[in-house]
Design a protein around this ligand. Sequence first.
Ligand code: HEM
Length: 160
Amino acid sequence: MDINDLALARVLHIIGVVLWIGGVAMVTTVLLPSIRKLKNPEERVIFFETIEKSFAIQAKLTTVLTGATGFYMLYALNAWGRYLILQYWWIHAMTAVWLVFTIMLFILEPLFLHNWFIKKAKLEPEKTFSIVFGLHIFLLSISLITIFGSAAGAHGWFFF
Ligand code: HEM
């Protein structure tokens, strides 16, 4: 490992996080509230699903990039032991956020989540849209807490 490898991995890691979580923020704070105002309940989830399909490709690529560079940094810093130290809760948080999105994007969504939402949206449009919105608020919140903890922790600000 040379110092430039680590720096490059960090740069790519941050670019991955920006494109990925930035997209989640855009969907949560701009797209979903606009759809709620503009579309009737029956159309909302279908319209949202159609638009989010384009973001799904970006989300998949950036999830892979962020995970690969993150694990590379753990290897390069020889920092696997951090998983055993509570002070490094932000390493656990990064891994957990990455796992949640990876399972959703690569397993749940293609296998059943997509069809389940379309069916449920026809039966209970209002409730389904609220579930989609609530899920995005939850995902954005845990991501922002993780970014806060990781940026602080990586630069020596430990909270306890
Ligand atoms: C498998 C998943 C991940 C692993 C293994 C991982 C690992 C790492 C490592 C080893 C560092 C460098 C720590 C240091 O310099 O001491 C880091 C930095 C960072 N990671 Fe992750 N990460 C992962 C996912 C994520 C996710 C999902 C996010 C955002 C939600 C994230 C945000 C950050 C941020 C903001 C930094 C600080 C960059 C800096 O200021 O230098 N990471 N990550």
